[in-house]
Design a protein around this ligand. Sequence first.
Ligand SMILES: Nc1ncnc2c1ncn2[C@@H]1O[C@H](COP(=O)(O)OP(=O)(O)O)[C@@H](O)[C@H]1O
Ligand SMILES: [Mg+2]
Length: 504
Amino acid sequence: MPFLEARGITKYFPGVLANDAVDFAADRGEVHAVVGENGAGKSTLMRILYGLERPDAGEIFLAGERVTIPDPATAIRLGIGMVHQHFKLCSSLTVAENVVLGAEPHQGPLLDQRRATAQVSELAAKHGLAVDPSAQVGTLSVGVQQRIEILKLLYRRSQVLILDEPTAVLTPQEITELLAVLHQLAASGHTVILITHKLREVLAVAQRVTVMRRGRVVGVRPVTQTSEAELAQLMIGREPRRLERSATVAGEVALEVSNLGARGEHGRWALSGVSFTLHRGEVLGVAGVEGNGQRELVEALTGLRRPATGHIRLAGKPITGWPVRRRREAGLAHVPEDRTSTGVSPTASIEENLVATNFHRPRFQRWGWLRRGEVRRHAQQLLERYEVRASDARAPTGTLSGGNVQRVVLARELDGDPQVLIAAQPTRGLDIAGTEFVRAQLRRLCEQGRAVLLVSADLTEILEVSDRIIVLYRGRIAGELVATSADEATLGQLMLGGEARRVA
Ligand SMILES: Nc1ncnc2c1ncn2[C@@H]1O[C@H](COP(=O)(O)OP(=O)(O)O)[C@@H](O)[C@H]1O
Ligand SMILES: [Mg+2]
């Protein structure tokens, strides 16, 4: 008998059937993954199981008993807990205080601090969750905050732990640690429901996987009897597209970087002696474990950080000290790593974001006045060309899914017909269709004779999209490879500081 079971769950939102007669079952002692593209209905199903939404139809069973879950308090009482995508911790309190908040051990009317700290320490140690119970939460990384959320659930004796895309906000190192914790929780008899669209994580940690598409369950598989390819196909309802690459000829030098050096946050050298050239008609991949100078490199190139040494030339022009706007006008475009805070203004409308960097163009202005009609027409064309799924171009950009936000950023950046595009982690967090779209755009750009610098922590992406690859390690170039003769093993070795070697 499954421990937690949902039968025939149906949920309508205005204009959308978010869950369509969904059957779902998870066992004790199992990590059960739920995968699906954005909008497939995963979060809706989980919010129903946690009492945040009421289903229009369907039943829920816990250990064989029919239950109704009108609110999260009931869910918690039944032993069902959920870690949200956005944490709800109190930053002025300590870790231990946050964990016990609402279920505190008392000594008289006061919180028994010592006991709380001891209990939280013990719980953390038992489940392999490294935290310092007396640390102030406001100072902690998202990875640690997530562990605290898990501890909160364990403190309340949750038997079922639901994690909605917990790895989206984590670094690769933190992901590895989290997956180990989840594995251990299942081994100790918990039911872990892991929502993700990273199939490797699924195959690494889950026993079974439920695949959703457009509100329906389209498959349930033991991980031993499926593959990334099969899951991807179930998720998108078709074969994943192979990235089409026609051979390009590397042309003139579009971007030349020599002896670039920059200091990082604490004044230490984050980047030193970096030299490379990027040619028209090529994608140059910059690989590396995050934190090895990639961010500083991108900032120095785009004008967000003043380099301490070296020179940058864009199509022959020395742009080293130029401000952002002037570089942009000279043909340098940038898809930033953090698309929702730097890439777009979430509160501004989609059409405003689409033309944000181009308002000064003559076609959008007349005698100093903004030509609204012209802006709107242009925005509409971009939305169509870049397949942005938005109900209304006047809606705030923050209402779009991650993949659609990235399409808006790309549309705007490529609209100015740039000579060089700097793309930083451009597919991070996107679903399969969104990722395919972005990668195809990068190739299209270089096939049109433009140059692309692709900074990515995703080795598959680097190998698939690039023509040449440089590897950054501790702020220096550890090696340079031709993509067709590179493989993950060689790249991985260079990324970890292995022998620098030149295959080019
Ligand atoms: N509160 C809501 N109001 C209206 N529509 C919603 C709401 N929550 C989700 N939806 C819609 O329901 C569908 C499923 O969304 P969701 O469950 O969040 O999918 P997933 O988590 O798989 O990305 C989407 O079309 C989404 O826009
Ligand atoms: Mg979701």
